[in-house]
Each structure stands twice: as C-alpha cells, then as structure tokens.
Design a protein around this ligand. Structure first.
Ligand code: ZN
Length: 227
C-alpha cells in the first residue's frame, strides 16, 4: 500500500484530516475521506473515498460489487461497515456481511472504517477469529473508558466526532487517556466543519492546534498510506 500523496506537498501547514464524512467538503486545507456508496469510477473525483455496505443496508448482493470497486486507487479504505445491535437485522446476517468486507480489506491491504453499536465484544472476537491484520478504525466513538481501552489493547484505532463538543461526554473524557497514535477525528454526517472538531480536541488534549494537526496527519500517513 505504498501510495504517493503528491498533492500533500502543496500544504504549508499540516492539513486537517477528516477521516470519515458523508459530505463533499471544499476547503482546500482539509483532506477528507468521503464515504460513498457507488463506484468512484462512475462519479469522477480526485477525492479519497471509502466504500462498503453499512449494517443498516442488509444487502449482501452488493459484495461482488464492493470487491471490484475496492481495487480503485481512490478507495483508500473499506467501510463504513460493521455491527449494530439496535437495528432489526439478525446479528448473524450482519456478521457475515461484515466479515466478507474485512476479507476484501485484507486482500486489498486497506484499512476499515467501522460502525459499531453495542457489539464491541463481537467486534473484538471477529478480529481475532479471522486474524485481521489491516488497521481497523471504530468511527464516531463515544463509549466508556473500559470499552475504549479494550479496543486499544486489541489494536483498534478510534475516531472521534461531534460528541467531543458536548461537555462531559464519554468521547471528551476518553480521548485524553488514549495513546496519541491511535486517534483520528471526523465529522461523519454532522453539518459542522472538521476545523471545529480540531479546535475542540486541541483544547481537551491541552495541545496547540498545529501539534494536533501534525499528530493526526502522521497517523493518517501511517495507517492509510503505510508511510
Ligand atoms: Zn458515517
């Protein structure tokens, strides 16, 4: 996975990295990993995208399609995909579709953006059982300390979004406790700028924003470009 990110050299400062969003952002000092549902070849874009079957979708007919699209060089991650115990789809069915996507990620050597609701034990078990070696990133993390530490212990990365803006949220408490090389930031589907999230995270972590930008950028390079 040795991709060249030539355009990064255009940035004077480290860019803001938005590791998971559903919106097309247009700020030129932001690198966004846009979550899409169709082939990037059909919708020409110079953006970095993730593609996968969301657990709410329940459509494993799409798997063959994902397999093909995953090879596209614009696709730098698989997902979002995962497990959700609050929806009315059998967890076994969800697991089957999720594991198929993990295998695609392993084959293509690409990280995975994970949606996980109340199924963290299952998530950790699935990673172990299938010996998944590509980086797995749980997005929108806002769970308790114990779950967070367990995920870190098992090699996961965590991404934090708008929950950081809420004083006293789990996200705002746990982000301080984690190794800095496992953290990412995101807007997901919220209608806010990633810069607002960075501003808030820098305050919580008691570091300046430039340091934070450098830190997240380094994580991005390591996990998504293998540098
Ligand atoms: Zn999302």
């Amino acid at each position: 996975m040795n991709r060249e990110f030539f355009f990064l050299r255009l940035f004077v400062n480290y860019p803001y990295i938005n590791i998971h969003t559903h919106h097309h952002p247009d700020e030129n000092d932001v690198i966004s990993l846009l979550n899409i549902t169709e082939d990037p070849a059909l919708t020409p874009t110079n953006k970095w995208v993730s593609i996968g079957i969301h657990p709410w979708q329940k459509n494993n007919a799409e798997i063959e399609n994902i397999k093909k699209i995953a090879r596209n060089t614009h696709v730098i991650a698989i997902g979002e995909c995962g497990l959700d115990k609050l929806i009315d789809i059998d967890l076994k069915v969800q697991e089957e579709i999720f594991v198929q996507q993990l295998k695609i990620a392993v084959k293509e050597k690409k990280p995975v953006i994970i949606h996980c609701v109340k199924a963290f034990n299952e998530l950790i078990r699935i990673k172990k059982e299938n010996k998944i070696t590509v980086p797995l990133l749980v997005h929108g993390f806002n769970n308790n300390d114990q779950i967070g530490k367990e995920l870190i212990k098992n090699g996961f990365y965590l991404s934090f979004g708008k929950a950081l803006l809420t004083k006293g949220s789990n996200a705002s408490k746990i982000i301080k406790e984690l190794p800095t090389d496992r953290i990412f930031l995101e807007t997901d589907d919220a209608d806010i700028s990633i810069k607002r999230i960075f501003e808030c995270a820098a305050l919580i972590l008691s570091i300046n924003e430039d340091e934070l930008r450098k830190m997240i950028y380094k994580n991005f390079k390591k996990v998504f470009t293998n540098e």
